[in-house]
Design a protein around this ligand. Structure first.
Ligand SMILES: Nc1ncnc2c1ncn2[C@@H]1O[C@H](COP(=O)(O)OP(=O)(O)OP(=O)(O)O)[C@@H](O)[C@H]1O
Ligand SMILES: N[C@@H](CCO)C(=O)O
Length: 291
């Protein structure tokens, strides 16, 4: 196997998972991006990070993008002799906007682009991303763009992708909550009534997000995860509840603590010290940037 020298740049979108009732299944790609450039070196590993996470992420082989690249190269049969990575990050870490999924998908997409010949096909790339992330919802949206419905057939990750044109505002608190911590707050079992309520709302949500926005408030009602996680993100839970009480469809984005609202013009609801972005749905997913 051989490699091209590069450099190659990959752009990967942020994503919001769950969207209320679609826990671990629904994902929406958002117009906030990380750009990562990689090139092959004769030896060594050089990593430069600008923007989100620049102070926190490791600059060695434990860097998540490098781990994903190596995992893809290992499936393909060989790693390059050395690598240089340059990351320009806009997706905040540990906020529920799919930063880890974007890093994993960027790494796999870059590895494919640096191989001189056939890389992993779409199904193999998605399976690897879902295995590395541990659940498929964010990686589906980051890889394919749009609105994604992901599920598992045994261990095999599956995805169905739809277009969506909803407008979104995200409210991002300054403090992170790790996905690991937020998942640890979930109960082992839930009631049949709660499970069936979520199944109905999740079905309705797919319709609401693909051309029936008047259904969004009802369709984003959740009983499976948001209330269980409220203790780790009480300001976010309060903001989401107050937006919903005013008729605005709002959810906790992914594992939180970002609040996502399907509306615009909400600047007056922004808590002090938080950041706000008005975003569109990204329809492209991760892709090589052609210059
Ligand atoms: N661009 C990146 N480069 C390197 N490491 C990253 C990058 N993005 C995320 N990570 C790693 O992933 C961690 C955040 O992952 P985590 O799953 O907790 O949150 P998230 O992906 O931002 O949120 P969510 O999964 O709820 O959408 C970071 O602390 C960092 O270790
Ligand atoms: N579905 C996941 C998304 C975060 O990665 C969760 O809520 O834990």
């Amino acid at each position: 196997m051989s490699f091209i020298a590069g450099p190659v740049t990959v752009r990967t979108p942020a994503s919001s998972a769950n969207l209320g009732p679609g826990f671990d299944a629904l994902g929406l790609a958002l117009s906030l991006y990380d750009d990562v450039t990689a090139e092959v070196l004769s030896s060594g590993l050089e990593i430069d990070v600008v923007g989100e996470g620049s102070d926190g992420v490791p600059k060695d082989e434990t860097h998540l993008i490098v781990r994903a690249m190596y995992a893809a190269f290992d499936l393909l049969g060989e790693r390059p002799s050395g690598l240089r990575l340059s990351c320009i990050n806009a997706i905040p870490h540990g906020r529920g906007l799919g930063s880890s999924a974007a890093a994993i998908v960027a790494g796999i997409t870059l590895a494919n682009a640096l191989v001189d010949g056939d890389g992993l096909d779409g199904a193999a790339a998605f399976q690897l991303a879902a295995d590395l992330e541990g659940h498929p919802d964010n990686v589906a949206a980051a890889m394919f763009g749009g609105l994604t419905i992901a599920w598992l057939e045994g261990e095999a990750a599956q995805v169905e992708r739809l277009d969506s044109a909803v407008e979104v505002t995200v409210f991002i608190p300054s403090e992170a909550v790790s996905t690991e911590k937020a998942r640890g707050l979930l109960p082992e079992t839930v009631s049949h009534a709660d499970a069936s309520a979520n199944a109905g709302r999740a079905a309705l949500l797919v319709r609401a997000l693909t051309g029936a926005p008047h259904l969004l408030l009802a369709a984003t009602e959740d009983r499976l995860h948001q209330s269980y996680r409220a203790s780790a993100m009480s300001d976010s839970y309060d903001l989401m509840s107050s937006l919903r009480a005013d008729g605005i469809a709002a959810t906790i984005s992914g594992a939180g603590p970002t609040v996502l609202a399907f509306a615009r013009g909400l600047g007056d609801r922004l808590p002090e010290g938080w950041a706000l972005h008005e975003l569109d749905v990204d329809l492209e997913g991760a892709h090589v940037v052609v210059t």
